[in-house]
Design a protein around this ligand. Structure first.
Ligand code: FES
Ligand code: FES
Length: 153
């Protein structure tokens, strides 16, 4: 088969037409009645980077909206897109528990078939790291102090 067979349809669709790509401004956050959180993270191994936006309701800690910008490969774009989607509606504490494996699983077409080839698994780690960064910014704590279940590249 072709190399394209190693990617799920979801990955291919989301790298072409990500639904949560974009920017959230202070004004948009205010209108949505929440606090704007912007977090940047770069992967040391490939130099790619992602920016995550959250609007958090400060009374309930619920993430009411989320978007991203990516300077990464197609898998990073697809991972970031599904990550933003998974964040919406969760509290910040619930969002911290989203791992890169959850992101990859959410991108699968079939539960038993990986969404990306093994050598692209590391690209989903960035999505996980930037969530931790956003959460640490919101909570005003160190990223390292947040519980982590990272599955490394
Ligand atoms: Fe850098 Fe995929 S190769 S994020
Ligand atoms: Fe790109 Fe690990 S090398 S995220």
């Amino acid at each position: 088969g072709s190399i394209w067979d190693e990617y799920s349809n979801q990955v291919i669709k989301r790298m072409d037409e990500p639904t949560h790509q974009g920017e959230i401004t202070e004004e948009m956050a205010k209108e949505a009645g929440g606090k704007l959180i912007v977090a940047d993270f770069g992967a040391e191994s490939c130099g790619d980077a992602v920016r995550l936006y959250w609007v958090v309701n400060e009374t309930t800690d619920v993430i009411v909206n989320s978007k991203f910008k990516s300077f990464g490969c197609g898998t990073a774009i697809a991972s970031s897109d599904v990550m933003a989607e998974l964040c919406i509606g969760k509290t910040v504490d619930e969002a911290i528990k989203i791992t890169n494996i959850d992101v990859e699983k959410a991108l699968r077409d079939h539960p038993d078939v990986p969404a990306v080839p093994p050598q692209k698994m590391h690209c989903s780690v960035m999505a996980y790291d930037v969530i931790k960064k956003a959460a640490s910014t919101y909570k005003g704590v160190d990223m390292e102090s947040l519980e982590s279940e990272i599955i490394v590249c």
